[in-house]
Design a protein around this ligand. Structure first.
Ligand code: SAM
Length: 189
């Protein structure tokens, strides 16, 4: 069953193999730091995990094809608030997936598979896109929130997302993880 809150973050350059070191998640891993911070913002409260929330990462960097990593708030274990250990969950998952297609649960609550961004988008419930150019507000009738990493969706991605409502959070362009914290706040109220 799908969670009531889902965050999908597009990792435009995030590598789909573990050809990077844990000391180099910004550079060698293709801005994985943005994705890892987004996982922390999505799943961590002050003390404990948001069990009603899931995170979906679409890794779209080298080599092709795309990989989806699903973090289930309900089932996750061994998630800590620091960036390095969350990046290690991703790295170990990529090593275990290797040449396989998946889905493969590589750690409790972490599932990895080869799946295109388009396929992933289709299966998520009541979706909307977060965009600085949006014309709607965050509301609880949406269940999936799609966000860019350090870059907005490409033209090809926008073609896939074109029918989605576009939600704006004020006039300032914010970090992805900051947007996620604000979305939780709006929905919690
Ligand atoms: C760091 S921003 C992307 C880069 C940014 N557009 C730029 O070039 O300065 C990351 C993502 O957060 C979301 N975002 C950032 N600010 C937002 C806002 N004010 N309203 C809605 N979404 C926002 C969008 O999904 C965006 O793709």
């Amino acid at each position: 069953m799908m969670a009531k809150r889902n965050f999908l973050i597009i990792g435009h350059r995030a590598h789909t193999v573990a050809d990077w070191k844990l000391d180099d998640i910004c550079g060698g891993a293709g801005r994985l730091d943005v994705l890892v911070r987004s996982i922390t913002a999505s799943l961590w409260k002050s003390h404990g995990i948001r069990r009603d929330t899931d995170v979906w990462l679409s890794l779209r960097g080298k080599p092709k094809p795309d990989i989806t990593i699903h973090f289930s708030g309900k089932n996750i274990k061994y998630l800590n608030p620091d960036e390095r250990s969350t990046a290690a969950l991703i790295r170990n998952g990529l090593i275990k997936l290797s040449e396989k297609k998946g889905p493969l649960e590589t750690s409790p609550g972490v599932t990895i598979q080869r799946e295109s961004f388009e396929e992933l988008v289709k299966k998520l419930p009541k979706p909307a896109l977060l965009s600085e150019k949006g014309d709607k507000e965050v509301k609880s009738n949406y269940e999936t929130f799609v966000l860019g990493d350090d870059r907005d969706p490409t033209d090809d991605e926008m073609e896939i997302l074109k029918s989605f409502d576009k939600l704006k959070i004020g006039e300032t362009s914010l970090l992805t993880s900051a947007c996620i914290t604000l979305i939780h706040h709006f929905l919690d109220e």
